[in-house]
Design a protein around this ligand. Sequence first.
Ligand SMILES: Nc1ncnc2c1ncn2[C@@H]1O[C@H](COP(=O)(O)OP(=O)(O)O)[C@@H](O)[C@H]1O
Ligand SMILES: [Mg+2]
Length: 222
Amino acid sequence: MSIQLKNVSYSYRGKYQTVRAVNSVSFDFDEGKVYAVIGKSGSGKTTLLSLMAGLDLPTEGDVIVDGKSTRKWDRNRMRREAVSVIYQNYNLFPLLSVIENIRYPLDLRKVKRAKADEIARRMRERVELSESYDDRLPAHLSGGEQQRVAIARSLAQGSKIILADEPTGNLDTKNTENIVNILKKLAHEDGATVIIVTHDLAVAEKADVVLRMSDGELVDKA
Ligand SMILES: Nc1ncnc2c1ncn2[C@@H]1O[C@H](COP(=O)(O)OP(=O)(O)O)[C@@H](O)[C@H]1O
Ligand SMILES: [Mg+2]
């Protein structure tokens, strides 16, 4: 699934001032590739990601997901089926086990239990976690393992566009490498579109395309 930005701008309107966080950005993200977005704090990376995730609409321009503007999408449906976001702090449900966390989007959709379990186990394997993890709680996992569960959950959701905001921000070098390799496999083998916001140049180096955000503008580095 592709995602296109067409003259996308976003302003935060406060009582006394307006901040133009994203300034007329246009770019086509192709499926099957990993993109890294780097740039200083405050340059607009998180704002841009939230527009792509359909958490908010641009003030001007359009975000086109699978050929359709986010203005036209049922955005709840879009977030359930097309796009998912992975965060630095994993956002797992603390009281649900690993397999229940991964299965959660399927349970929401009322997929039959046996089928949901089968998909969840397949996705758990995709992120290289063994069966012994199924019944464990997030708090008893390392950061890298929790992030893998979060990725498996977005895969179970069926998302073909994976947006990640500093996904390795809390991880050491080895776990960072592992997460990036998993995201690369999802793009290169399964055709996912992966967009990683990162300040870690080692992560950016492994992406297929590196983009830089600067004062709300997106610049192709290549
Ligand atoms: N909720 C908000 N209200 C007002 N201004 C905001 C809000 N969120 C972010 N901003 C401003 O928008 C700009 C871009 O922020 P952000 O997208 O978070 O950048 P980054 O993720 O690159 O650090 C910054 O100037 C920031 O202060
Ligand atoms: Mg940010």
